[in-house]
Every structure is written in structure tokens, then in C-alpha cells.
Design a protein around this ligand. Structure first.
Ligand SMILES: [Zn+2]
Length: 230
């Protein structure tokens, strides 16, 4: 190689290395910045008094709390919707909390209900959970994962989980000034489904999807509106 060309070659390599170093520094700075901005209650067991404080800001029906770092703090806008999901599994609240504590999964929900009807909180209502493949929806919605007692097929959920889901929906509506739920079958209603925002998911599964009209009617009846449809 001629000396002039060799010099050009070295220059390009140095430019490339400098580019890599700068990109790495920017990524590192972004990671550090996002960690520093996480509330100190995420990713660890809370003390009893911290749990009491959290319950005051959220549903008093919760029996388990493990706050996930996978969320936007705080959410943008006010809560206007509920989005019901299924776990696609029969996980305990503790197992799901462990999944949501993994930052690489980039997933979370505000609440979950297990097959025994116990309720957990992973992302406080004031923050946006990463659940429904839609930033816009999740900034407006409280999201709820429900455990399945049948894996595959209809993705059935237990009667205990179903009853706890209704009670949780009523509680969320009451505290957030939502006067009633309206399931329209599309994203215009205030009861939405994950599958409305992503083509590659069946979530919340056929069983829960068929119950949406009943869930809305039952919640509305308990909120003091129209009678529930039997
Ligand atoms: Zn889902």
C-alpha cells in the first residue's frame, strides 16, 4: 500500500473506533440515567409501612406487592380505561412478579389475579405499565393480568379469578371516577383487549374475550348503574 493510502486507512479505523466509543458512552449514559430515575421502591421487597402507603394510593384489595422497574414514571394523562390480559399460564403472583422484575423482559402490568383469586400490584396506578403493545392505550389504562386454569384451548380462568377480577375492576373504576365500562369490541371503548393492539397475540384468550360484555355489565351493576346481564 502506498504511504498516503495507509494513512487514510488508519484515519478511517480511528474514526470508526471513535464512533463506537461515543455510541457506547451514550448508551451507558442513557442506562445510568434511566436507573437513577427509578423510584427507590421498585425491584425490592417493601417494608410493611411502605406496603401500607402503596395500598393507600392503589387498590386495598391487593395481597401481594412487588413493584416492577418496567414502567413509565408517572403515566401521562388520567386513567380512563381498563385492559384485561391473560397470563397464558397459571403463574403464582410471586412468579409473575419475578418475571416483571427482569428488565430485559420489558414487560409488566399494573395488577394480576391468580387462580385462587388473590390480587397483586406490580406497577402503581399512577405509572404506566408495559402490557398491551400500545403506549397510547397503557398511558390511559389500568392493566390486569389474569391466571389461566386451562393451558391453551379456551384459556379458561377459575371462578375465583373471575370474581376477583370483577371486584378489582369495580374498585379501580370507583377510585378513578370511571362511571361505567363500555365494551365496544374495538379500541374505542373503555374496556380494551391486548389483541386490539397486536396481531401476534390471542391475549386475553377466547374464554375471557367472550366474557367482556358480562364483565362490563356486572361492573356497571355494582357501580350502581344498569342491571347486570345474567
Ligand atoms: Zn396481554
Amino acid at each position: 500500500m502506498e504511504p498516503g493510502r495507509r494513512k487514510e486507512g488508519f484515519k478511517s479505523i480511528w474514526c470508526l473506533l471513535l464512533g463506537f466509543a461515543l455510541s457506547a458512552a451514550v448508551i451507558l449514559a442513557m442506562c445510568l440515567w434511566s436507573y437513577r430515575n427509578l423510584p427507590d421502591t421498585v425491584g425490592r421487597m417493601l417494608t410493611d409501612s411502605e406496603k401500607e402507603d402503596v395500598a393507600k394510593r392503589n387498590s386495598s384489595l391487593i395481597e401481594y406487592v412487588y413493584l416492577s422497574p418496567n414502567a413509565d414514571f408517572p403515566r401521562k394523562g388520567r386513567i380512563r380505561k381498563l385492559t384485561i390480559h391473560h397470563m397464558a399460564g397459571d403463574l403464582s403472583l410471586e412468579e409473575l412478579g419475578k418475571n416483571f422484575s427482569d428488565r430485559d423482559r420489558r414487560a409488566s402490568s399494573n395488577y394480576a389475579v391468580d387462580s385462587e383469586g388473590r390480587i397483586a400490584l406490580y406497577v402503581e396506578e399512577g405509572n404506566r405499565a408495559w402490557t398491551s403493545s400500545s403506549r397510547e392505550n397503557d398511558h390511559q389504562a389500568v392493566t390486569i393480568e389474569v391466571a389461566n386454569d386451562e393451558l391453551g384451548g379456551d384459556w379458561h380462568v377459575s371462578d375465583e379469578a373471575y370474581e376477583a377480577l370483577i371486584a378489582l375492576c369495580v374498585d379501580i373504576c370507583k377510585r378513578n371516577g370511571i362511571e361505567g365500562l363500555n365494551f365496544t369490541g374495538d379500541k374505542e371503548g373503555n374496556l380494551t383487549l391486548h389483541k386490539m393492539f397486536a396481531d401476534d397475540t390471542e391475549c386475553p384468550g377466547p374464554y375471557l374475550e367472550r366474557q367482556m360484555g358480562h364483565i362490563a355489565a356486572e361492573v356497571n351493576a355494582r357501580l350502581g348503574g344498569k342491571q347486570a346481564v345474567p
